[in-house]
Design a protein around this ligand. Structure first.
Ligand code: G1P
Length: 297
């Protein structure tokens, strides 16, 4: 029986330069997918997986993110007065229990591993999840929940895994596979952003992790890796070196890379079409667009 995973770290300190000029004043995580900010999808996924404590690793210029999770008494009172109960409910679903959220500043951008390490005192000696909100995953059962269930059997560290085209391996952490058991993959090595020709497989790490507190110990060494940054991938790989289990989990669901413009647009279309209140009008519009494009060819 594994110790329950109730804490999650959300590294949200990045500058979001790929979305400039929008990210000049709006944190990337507040950018909206249909009508909800990216971070809300990450929170909902964590909640569905049983997470009770939410640790945000932030940086300067992210105060909009903190405000987003605060209550909005005036707005709520006004909606109540106008009888707008549905909107009130939508709003209240975003409220977080007092004390459930903590914010920690990453003072210097030293890499994802360093960002996670900043949360070490709040994690203490418990296993914990890490969610990268840029990776949005749609599926019947939340990706993290699927992983929590698999982790109950394996223990150790677990990363979400997905096949990527070989040419894209250099954008990811890549797994070297020892053996496979259904969706679970035993990992014998992992490498951060390898050149395409050096990639040990095309199974990539996607931004969902369940980690043991040992990973924080490994991060204490402040070892720099790919791009001169302190990499989370390396600290997890150290666990394999230490003889402890590391697993990949081939999740069921569709992943969108909302850290890229094309991925964000694809997610917008997919989530728009999945919404009962928008589906009809939106799909008609897309069909018209496709017809116009075909006519022009
Ligand atoms: C990070 C991780 C990488 C992982 C990726 C998933 O990279 O370092 O191992 O494959 O997230 O999205 P980043 O996209 O922050 O460069």
């Amino acid at each position: 029986m594994q110790r329950k995973v109730t804490k999650a770290v959300f590294p949200v300190a990045g500058l979001g330069t790929r979305f400039l000029p929008a990210t000049k004043s709006v944190p990337k995580e507040i950018m909206t997918l249909v009508d909800r900010p990216l971070i809300q999808y990450a929170i909902d996924e964590a909640r569905a997986a049983g997470i009770k404590e939410f640790i945000f690793v932030t940086s300067r210029g992210k105060s909009a993110l903190e405000d987003y999770f605060d209550t909005s008494p005036e707005l709520e009172a006004s909606l109540r007065k106008k009888g707008k109960d549905e909107l009130l409910e939508v709003l209240q679903q975003t409220n977080m229990e007092s004390g459930a959220i903590a914010y920690i500043r990453q003072h210097r951008a030293l890499g994802l591993g360093h960002a996670v390490w900043c949360a070490r005192r709040l994690i203490a000696d418990e296993p914990f999840a890490v969610i990268l909100p840029d990776d949005v995953i749609a599926g019947e059962k939340s990706c993290l929940q699927q992983m929590v269930e698999a982790y109950e059997e394996t223990g150790g560290c677990m990363v979400a895994a997905m096949e990527v085209p070989p040419a894209k391996a250099s954008a990811y952490g890549i797994l070297d596979i020892e053996s496979e058991d259904g969706a679970k993959v035993k990992v014998k090595a992992m490498v951060e952003k390898p050149k395409a020709e050096d990639a040990p497989s095309n199974l990539a790490v996607i931004g969902r992790y369940i980690l043991t507190p040992d990973v924080m110990e490994n991060l204490n060494r402040m070892k720099t890796g790919a791009g001169g940054e302190i990499q989370l991938t390396d600290a997890i790989a150290d666990e394999i070196e230490a003889g402890r289990g590391v697993y990949g989990y081939r999740f069921r669901g569709q992943r969108f890379d909302c850290g890229s413009k094309a991925g964000f647009l694809q997610a917008t279309v997919a989530f728009g079409l999945a919404r009962p209140d928008l589906r009809e009008e939106f799909s008609e519009y897309l069909a018209e667009m496709a017809a116009l494009k075909n006519a022009a060819q």
